[in-house]
Design a binder for this molecule. Structure first.
Ligand code: XLS
Ligand code: MG
Length: 379
């Protein structure tokens, strides 16, 4: 069983998704560093991580757990199918370790069929297949008691603006998302308490239709039939930083809109493609990460945090593909605790009477536990 319940500062549960642990660390300029491991192996790593007290929850794409065959999209319902058996095996491992499934998301990016989008594909036949795949994902999530369905933009975007059907594209997307709500209600998939949109500016190039949290909230409130059911799970620092935005600002905005449902967490160099650095790893973002947790505490938000990042390619060890993955989970949890502790130091910050620059320097000194006297001595 997971060691103990975790509930520290704003974070009520730490989730490590299947795709982050399973990732073989390929990138556009180099093939995989690690052998791909089966979802049952990933489940076992997660179970060990829970036993070590590193995580309490997980999440997955449909494809992270079982293969998908567009010609057999109800395989999960057939008790004699390989899919059914594998889902049950994984469930047993997760249940045995006391791991909760926080969210399920549908992979509409891996299969080449979706190269021009999933729910926004201009071809109605592909859109219909994408919707069916989402429904199968909702059913798979329900097997595990998933609390949320997440739609992240995946390939729903464009490289060439003049090739987009601007009159319809957001209606198609709304249709897909309304379909999520309708399916959950029609099939009485009661584990779901909501669904989220995960914005991202580009994936892997061009522009996505919902690039930022602001776009996502506008879309939810302006276009969906049940806006109360939908929120946002921003990926911070990565996705907003890709567009030069700031994580403190994002959580401030989303909490004030009551749309911050949960967090994806990692690190990022501003304005680069999706680095997916492990949290606090890489050259940037320490101050921003810490201030993000400080802001969450200030506004009284509490919720689930999912690590959504990848081990560094240089840390992948093909000779020990399980051990290096466990080390990665440890690094993420250690980074989170580090950031939470540093944010805790900021709780005493009193900037009254200070200029903005003075306030910022005082916050940095407090975060680093530097007293005024020592700083003055070095001036
Ligand atoms: C990719 C996203 C992805 C989603 C889930 O950039 O973060 O991993 O969180 O599909
Ligand atoms: Mg994410």
């Amino acid at each position: 069983m997971a060691k103990k319940a975790f509930n520290i500062a704003p974070v009520t549960m730490r989730s490590m998704p299947f795709w982050c642990v399973g990732n073989p660390l390929g990138d556009p300029f180099g093939g995989p560093v690690l052998p791909k491991i089966d979802s049952i192996e990933v489940a076992k790593i997660l179970a060990d991580a829970a036993k070590e007290g590193l995580i309490e929850a997980t999440s997955f794409h449909d494809d992270d757990l079982v293969a998908w065959d567009p010609k057999n999209m109800n395989d999960d319902l057939d008790k004699k199918s390989e899919t059914y058996a594998k889902l049950q095996t994984i469930k047993k491992i997760l249940d045995g370790a006391g791991i909760k499934v926080h969210m399920a998301t549908c992979s509409l990016h891996g299969n080449a069929m979706f190269r021009n989008g999933g729910l926004t594909n201009p071809d109605p036949k592909i859109r219909a297949i994408a919707k069916k795949k989402v429904e199968r994902t909702l059913r798979i999530g329900a097997v595990f008691g998933a609390k949320y369905f997440t739609y992240w933009v995946a390939r729903d975007g464009f490289e060439v603006p003049v090739s987009v059907d601007w009159k319809n594209v957001y209606n198609w997307l709304a249709d897909g998302m309304n379909g999520v709500y309708d399916y959950i209600k029609a099939k009485k998939l009661t584990s779901y308490v909501g669904a989220t949109v995960e914005p991202k500016p580009n994936e892997p190039r061009g522009h996505m239709y919902l690039p930022t949290s602001g776009h996502a909230v506008g879309f939810i409130c302006g276009k969906l039939k049940h806006p109360e059911f939908f929120g946002v799970n921003p990926e911070l620092l990565q996705h907003e930083s890709m567009a030069l935005l700031n994580a403190v600002h994002t959580v401030g905005y989303l909490t004030s809109m009551k749309k911050l449902f949960f967090l994806h967490f990692g690190s990022q160099i501003k304005a680069q493609f999706d680095n997916d650095f492990p949290p606090l790893v890489g050259p940037e973002g320490l101050k921003e990460t810490v201030q993000m947790f400080w802001a969450l505490r200030k506004v009284g938000w509490k919720g689930v945090l999912e690590y959504d990042c990848h081990m560094l390619r240089s840390d992948g060890n093909p000779a020990d593909p399980i051990g290096c993955r466990m080390a990665f989970v440890r690094d993420c949890t250690r980074a989170l605790s580090t950031a939470l502790l540093l944010a805790d130091r900021l709780m005493d910050l009193n900037t009254e009477g200070m200029s903005a620059a003075e306030a910022d320097l005082a916050a940095t000194a407090l975060m680093c536990k530097l007293d005024e006297k020592s700083v003055k001595e070095w001036m």
